[in-house]
Design a binder for this molecule. Sequence first.
Ligand code: SF4
Length: 137
Amino acid sequence: MNELDQHRYFFDSGIRFQCQRCGACCTGAPGVIRVTDEEAKAIADFLGLPVQEAIDTFLYPWENGHSIREDGDGRCLFYDEGCRIYPVRPRQCRTFPFWTAILRSQTRWDSIRRDCPGIGKGYLYKKCEILDILEGK
Ligand code: SF4
């Protein structure tokens, strides 16, 4: 058991979550979605585009990798009545809402829960599974 496992969290008894694919987290307020080089290549392959063309069209440089462009309303460019790259979406999308910035405070969690209909439904993630996600395992 590592140090994180011994702390008490509001999610000690687990959290049910199953994405309903409503798109609420893909639209609305602007945000950064980190895309690694490997993820950019997977997205390009999935779309049948050369990697550089996919990068130029959908991404912009961010820190050591890229982020996804959004339209003027904060809508992810890959969102069009559903995620167009769902099977190869970046890790940051796959791990929502289990992000450190969200889980570090009950207040932040409660605010995300109001907008995400997937929270409270489906699979019950155990505390240890949530911590694994937070640690990037
Ligand atoms: S807001 Fe929640 S349910 Fe809707 S697409 Fe995002 S993760 Fe899925």
